[in-house]
Structures are given as structure tokens and as C-alpha cells.
Design a protein around this ligand. Structure first.
Ligand code: FES
Length: 222
């Protein structure tokens, strides 16, 4: 479990992020999120607003983005909420980074199904590239985090990198994904198993086979 403490509140942090505010594009998205809720319930938009703030910080720092304390305070002001309430949300959910991260945030699932299918080897692959859990690599490219189940157990082992999942990984397949990202290319997302489409049985479907190509109506066969 990674450290969930906010980055220290220093004069340098205030200097860099104290004047943070949404860009016009992000402000429009934030206001759209707030408008989804009834009048007086704008606080319900705290999660999307934190996500938008993190993404804007990411664009400004060429990283996956994180939430410096002054940015969390800005979101609190924007929603007219006590800062502690926003901080509670930001520190609870793993999707918010409380410390600076690299260009790519490599989140390796280490829960039982992924562990049984080889997540230790994936962590080794990351470490061979200089990744250390909870730290930004020297080249600024990577931050490694070990996470709990991300809901892709049927295609274990898997890794989430920024907004994408990479599944059915082996150390070699993960190496290829990381090479592609480092080179500025977008690798194939989802399962990396040749011939597998999503999470259907390896080797092809064993039930409801007619549904593979069209929306087959089985009712007459019951
Ligand atoms: S255990 Fe890794 S995705 Fe569920």
C-alpha cells in the first residue's frame, strides 16, 4: 500500500501551485460536472473536479498528474467546501496521486489472482528499469505502485498505466508495452494474449457461441 499522505506543505509548493486555477477548457468540464447535480448539491462533483485538477496538473508537468495541497484547496473553494472534506476524498481514493508521479504511472496489481499468474515477474521487470515503488524514476518517465485488485482478474496478471489497462501480461509483454510508451507510441491496450479479444476463455468461447458473431436469440432452444 502506497503512502497516502499529501506532499509536504512547503513555501516552494505554495510558490509553484498557490495560484492554480482551472484553464478555460478544464473550467468548462468542471462546470459541466457540477451541473449534473441539483442546485445546492454542487459538492457531489468533488470527485470529477479532483480528477480534472489532477489531469490539468499532469498537462502542466508532463506527468500523469497529482494533487498538491494548494490545488486541493482550490477545488474546495470552487465547490465552497471545507478543505478537510476534499482532503478526505483525495486521500481515500487511490486514483488521486498525492505525490508527484512520472510521465507514466505503472500500477501493478499484486492481489492473489494476479500474483498466482505472475505479478512478481512483472514487478521484477519494472525494477530492472530502475522503477522503485512510490518514486519517480531518474528519467522522469515512470512511477511504480503496487495496487490491490483492479477488476481484471479474468485476464490476470494486469497492469494499469495512466488511463489504460494491459492484461494477460508476461515480463516480455510488459517490456514491450513499456518500450512502446517510452518511445512515445501507444501500445495495444487490454489483453496482450494473441487471438484473445477480451476476457473470453483462452482458445475461444465455450458457451453461447452463436453470440460471437451476432445477437443470437436462444429462447427457442430452451
Ligand atoms: S487480482 Fe489483479 S485484477 Fe483482480
Amino acid at each position: 500500500m502506497a503512502d497516502r499522505s499529501p506532499a509536504p506543505d512547503t513555501p516552494e509548493l505554495r510558490e509553484r501551485w498557490g495560484s492554480f486555477e482551472f484553464s478555460p477548457a478544464y473550467k468548462a468540464k468542471a462546470d459541466t460536472a457540477i451541473a449534473r447535480y441539483p442546485e445546492g448539491r454542487q459538492r457531489s462533483a468533488v470527485m470529477p473536479l479532483l480528477d480534472l485538477a489532477q489531469r490539468q496538473v499532469g498537462e502542466e508537468t508532463n506527468t500523469q498528474g497529482w494533487l498538491p495541497l494548494p490545488v486541493i484547496e482550490y477545488v474546495a473553494r470552487y465547490l465552497e467546501m471545507p478543505v478537510i472534506r476534499v482532503l478526505e476524498v483525495a486521500t481515500f481514493y487511490f486514483m488521486y496521486n498525492l505525490q508527484p508521479v512520472g510521465r507514466f504511472h505503472v500500477q501493478v496489481c499484486g492481489t492473489t489472482p494476479c500474483m498466482l499468474r505472475g505479478s512478481d515477474g512483472l514487478l521484477e521487470t519494472c525494477k530492472k528499469r530502475g522503477m522503485v515503488k512510490g518514486h519517480v524514476s531518474e528519467d522522469g518517465l515512470w512511477t511504480l505502485t503496487e495496487v490491490e485488485c483492479l477488476g481484471n482478474c479474468a485476464t490476470a496478471p494486469m497492469v494499469q498505466i495512466n488511463d489504460d489497462n494491459y492484461e494477460d501480461l508476461t515480463p516480455e509483454r510488459l517490456d514491450h508495452v513499456l518500450d512502446e510508451l517510452a518511445a512515445g507510441r501507444q501500445p495495444k491496450t487490454g489483453t496482450q494474449e494473441p487471438g484473445r479479444h477480451t476476457s473470453e476463455p483462452v482458445g475461444g468461447p465455450t458457451t453461447l457461441r452463436e453470440m460471437v458473431t451476432e445477437n443470437h436469440d436462444y429462447r427457442g432452444e430452451w
